[in-house]
Design a protein around this ligand. Sequence first.
Ligand code: ME8
Length: 536
Amino acid sequence: MAQKPSYYVTTPIYYVNAAPHLGTAYCTILADVQARFRRACGYDVKFLTGTDEHGEKVELAAKAHDMTPTQWVDSLIPQFTDTWDKLEISNDVFMRTTSPEHVRSVSHLWERMRDAGYIYKGSYDGWYCVHEETYYTETQVAHADEAAGTQGQHLCPECGRALERVEEESWFFKLSEFQDRLLAFYDEHPDFVQPAFRMNEVRTFVEGGLKDLSVSRTSFDWGIPVPFDDKHVTYVWFDALLNYATAAGFGDPSEEGKASYAFRWPAQTHVVGKDIIRFHCVIWPAMLMAIGEPLPEHVFAHGFLTVRNEETGAAEKMSKSRGNAIAPSDVIDLLGVEGYRWYFMSDVEPGTDGAISYGRMEQVYNADLANSWGNLVSRTLNMSAKYFGGCGPELPQDWATRESPLRDVAEGIYERYAEHMGAFAYSEAAKVVMELIHAANHYIEDTAPFSLAKDPERADELAFVMGNLLEAIRISAHLTAPFMPATSLEVLTRMSHEDEADTDDLKAACVWGGLRGGLPVTKGAALFPRLDTKSK
Ligand code: ME8
């Protein structure tokens, strides 16, 4: 059998000391839906998420909790793994930057950088935000202070916390040498940054000129030592970005490691938030260029989830540090996991910032899931079980070629859906599926199977109608599976088609006519009980 092509997709590795919230979960589900879609399309998928565990911030937090940094980071991992399990995240790797293979990989990076001549020792004198783990120039700080009316206070342009003055010996990465090569790369790969409008921001930044980057620190210990200068530990971003390559096998000298790296690298898509676009679209490609490794194909940058500030009425980025973060469990309690995933993926556009609200969640859940998808499944399976002795109808050989309005809607549906899915345009893909679901609900009204069932002379017609409905459900279950995998499995199981659930040929699975007639059908409990929180 021919080897499946690789599809390697990643989320950011999140800072370990901020519990996952709706924002980080949003990014992780975006990547999960893509991973599930690609598996169904026949790719050999590697899906990475993980945690970013080094740096001054973590060292300080560990001290404050009277723990060693290792004890501290170990204690925080379950809050990630438990949340991702709950949200049905199907990652193949959970990358921790404290893992021995990553430490080895970072050492390898340093050696390669030195051999390539792109690092040098100097001294750094400037501003640093421990919370953001980011260096800022005098000009950036002055602009931010001016804009906020906090002249002279030296506050972080990103989070507003007091900046630290760093004056220390440091290794530098010659980022300034990559301006032309990066611009040429963007020209040759106009879809490197997605959505397309974000490319402008990246390009403008690079056109403005690049400064060499300080990539080691000496004033604290919690980091990966520079292999040839053990007073220094690696700057946390220099370490963190490399994680994507580590997990593919970078720096692993074994035959297995080399084979893995050859197959997996470069990654197809790094899914990130817009806040870290420069790290992923400027620094990371320059690091790879420096050591002569291929660059990832795409960086998909999503916007922020925002919540309304009660006092000012303004939309604010949701974050733990602003104290406005909503925990995933709160939304799971309301919508269930599958409803949660459907709402965020179908209704919150990933390109731009998206305001979320409980009212809208309820609206989408009721309209799409309770009233449409859940209702269609429950009515159809109920009727089928009732009219055909607990089974689907027996189907004449030519049934799938006969005229049917549902067949018309299903025609070419995979192609329309797949184009949107591949481009992370999930809300558009969801609309395509909902067209079929709505058409099937209308078809029940138009054909009235409950009346046909009363007339024995129309038994063939009834079987045909019910076959059409079950077929529309079968296809919809496949198309909704990346969003709501457990529901799709449940629906296919109730129709005795669960053997199709893990398909790696979604296109074939969506061809009209795949339904097998006469198999047991069970109605089961309501998939999405209607929410009525307003009246409570
Ligand atoms: O930056 N809305 O980690 P981090 C949507 N460790 N997404 C949000 C969000 C919001 N309100 N808030 C956070 C780091 N995110 C580094 C990454 S990668 C080599 C190192 C998401 O824990 C969004 O995807 O601060 C953002 O880019 C990411 O969380 C930042 O996570």
